[in-house]
Design a protein around this ligand. Structure first.
Ligand SMILES: *[C@@H]1O[C@H](CO)[C@@H](O)[C@H](O)[C@H]1NC(C)=O
Ligand SMILES: *[C@@H]1O[C@H](CO)[C@@H](O)[C@H](O)[C@H]1NC(C)=O
Ligand SMILES: *[C@@H]1O[C@H](CO)[C@@H](O)[C@H](O)[C@H]1NC(C)=O
Ligand SMILES: *[C@@H]1O[C@H](CO)[C@@H](O)[C@H](O)[C@H]1NC(C)=O
Ligand SMILES: *[C@@H]1O[C@H](CO)[C@@H](O)[C@H](O)[C@H]1NC(C)=O
Length: 538
């Protein structure tokens, strides 16, 4: 039997049987669920027995999926840009604190849920626990409770505390942090800010998330290992990033990039929208700020400026918003077409779509990349500044700050993006790179989840870095030892030379000429030492 055959037989023989999987997805964020939900669906299709704690239940759950419905327990997070005027511009500190606050709040609410409490006490068994990895880890003890390995789902690039939990290298000299808008080539000041921001966010995480989460977890699960310890015991984390569109970064084997797994080719365009797209021969510009930020809530003065720039365009501008919610004194330009809900991926991939106006959310960015559409990025919060920067560095996007923009900014940016063909060329190149994978991202995710099942937690993936102290990991002890050895060597040489010189000084010729000659030549360190000691003893 050839090695390849043997390999196939081994893999097929050990394909996980239908496993019992518990998935705990406490936050109510539609965009995150776009990733988690696809994985849950795919696991269900592979006949695993699933128990899912979620806000987004399936329409017709198959018999192998049991859901604990959280819908209605936490209002969905939406940003009102009029009210939260500050969010017209990304703010690293506020961003992080908001993430932690929302996630800890979700923990609090979900841990009070009677069905969740009953599950903790139930006699059910699970082979695997899947948890959301974001701003809190309060449900990690489910792994201990059911003696099952834990897989984390992360809907973004690795966050600073996630790197720490997996022993993944931080590399602040060239990897911009989640909440900052830096590129991969940073100047001294940016590297300084990046490093401080990463350290600060890790300290902040301990206080603002880990401490309150610990209290919630202790109440729900009773005493057990600390969350901090459990967080260093993920079997695997699937991150919704990819080096082609995010950052080039080192990854430990337990951190797998599956960016783009939510891309759903089965989307269909509503008839009316299809007709609009097909018939817009001048092209279509598609504008959406995702599910969390409503365009209607942009302060009306700002929106009026944008509308002015839009009214001068020959293209149709398709906007995802509800006209009823607009301020009364705003006039919507004639070339604007609004819809309350739009199948985004399918729309972006329509050949008539020329440009995407986006807030720079990761999912929308992946969709635009997968369709090869240039983007106008308007970062508002979270990782959007980072994504915007990554796209503009690749020459497929321009960034506008909503706060600092005026009509002219928009006019100029539209003109540039629509007339300079390099944006489209770069976008097509990037699309090809992004889509070229050994295995499609959804399959990659499923493969690795089943890998953990096959190898009962796959403990061999865990980075040994996690067992080191900071001193050991940063080689501070090695540095100290090196300094000690060097100092000792110098000290010994010093003693040795002094001894030798005081001894040999008696026969050393006393004429200055020799010393001068010694200096003029390319003298060795040894001669130099001898000479120093000779002078001293003389
Ligand atoms: C946003 O906030 C403003 C000011 O507080 C309020 O007038 C408006 O109704 C809010 N919009 C939405 C959609 O909640
Ligand atoms: C779970 O079990 C513990 C101990 O057996 C008990 O104290 C607690 O009330 C139970 N909780 C629920 C929700 O049944
Ligand atoms: C870590 O996970 C492994 C299996 O994945 C488990 O055997 C071990 O008990 C876990 N350690 C802790 C501290 O929970
Ligand atoms: C942690 O946060 C609390 C308030 O939530 C504060 O009182 C405490 O000083 C903080 N601890 C540290 C170490 O920052
Ligand atoms: C619309 O009216 C509001 C007050 O009702 C005002 O603050 C805003 O500037 C007006 N917008 C425009 C575009 O005139």
């Amino acid at each position: 039997m050839s090695a390849r055959m043997l390999w196939l037989v081994l893999v097929c023989a050990s394909v996980a049987h239908a496993a019992r999987i518990l998935a705990v997805l406490p936050t109510n964020t539609k965009s995150h669920y776009a990733m988690y939900g696809r994985l849950i669906d795919a696991l269900a299709r592979k006949n695993h027995q699933l128990t899912v704690i979620t806000h987004f239940t399936m329409k017709n759950p198959p018999t192998n999926v049991e859901e604990i419905n959280l819908a209605g327990t936490i209002p969905e997070i939406t940003n009102n840009l009029t009210k939260q005027h500050t969010s017209l511009k990304p703010d690293a500190v506020r961003n992080l604190e908001q993430i932690m606050k929302e996630c800890v709040h979700a923990c609090e609410v979900v841990s009070q849920n009677p069905a969740v409490k009953a599950l903790v006490n139930s006699s059910k068994t699970f082979d695997l626990v899947i948890v959301e990895v974001f701003g809190s880890e309060c449900f990690l003890p489910f792994g201990t409770r059911f003696k099952a390995p834990v897989v984390g789902l992360l809907s973004s690039v690795p966050l600073p505390w996630v790197n720490e939990q997996l022993g993944n290298p931080e590399g602040t000299s060239y990897i911009p942090a989640y909440m900052l808008g830096f590129g991969q080539s940073m100047n001294l000041w940016e590297r300084f800010v990046n490093t401080i921001a990463v350290i600060y966010s890790k300290i902040n995480y301990k206080n603002k998330s880990q401490q309150p989460s610990q209290i919630i977890a202790d109440r729900l699960f009773g005493p057990g290992p600390k969350l901090e310890t459990l967080a260093q015991n993920y079997s695997l984390v699937l991150a919704n990033s990819h080096f082609s569109i995010n950052e080039v970064r080192p990854l430990v084997p337990a951190l797998i990039e599956v960016g783009g797994l939510h891309l759903d080719n089965s989307q269909v365009l509503p008839k009316e929208l299809k007709r609009l797209l097909d018939n817009s021969h001048e092209g279509v510009i598609y504008w959406s700020f995702g599910s969390m930020s409503r365009i209607e809530t942009i302060p009306s003065k700002k929106l009026a400026q944008i509308f002015t720039a839009i009214s001068e365009l020959s293209q149709t501008v398709l906007v995802r918003m509800d006209r009823q919610l607009l301020a009364r004194n705003l006039t919507v330009p004639d070339n604007v077409y609004t819809m309350d809900w739009i199948p985004q991926y399918k729309t972006l991939c329509h050949p008539n779509v020329k440009l995407f106006i986006s807030h720079g959310g990761l999912l929308g960015t992946q969709e635009a990349v997968a369709c090869g559409v240039p983007t106008l990025m308007v970062p508002l919060y979270a990782d959007q500044a980072l994504n915007g920067r990554a796209m503009s560095d690749r020459g497929v996007a321009r960034i506008i700050s909503l706060k600092d923009s005026c009509t002219d900014t928009w006019r100029e940016t539209f003109y540039d993006l629509l007339t300079d063909i390099r944006y489209k060329e770069n976008a097509l190149k990037l699309r090809d790179i992004f889509l070229d994978r050994p295995l499609p991202p959804l399959e990659t995710g499923i493969y690795w989840i089943e890998y953990v099942l096959r190898h009962r937690g796959a403990g061999h993936l865990r980075s040994p870095a996690l067992d080191l102290s900071y001193t050991q990991y940063l080689l501070l002890d090695v540095l100290a030892l090196s300094i000690a050895i060097t100092s000792l060597a110098i000290y010994i040489l010093h003693k040795l030379f002094r001894y030798l010189c005081t001894r040999c000084i008696r026969w050393w010729p006393k004429d200055i000429v020799l010393e001068k000659r010694l200096f003029r030549r390319n003298i060795s360190l040894f001669h130099c030492f001898l000479w120093i000691y000779k002078v001293k003893t003389n």
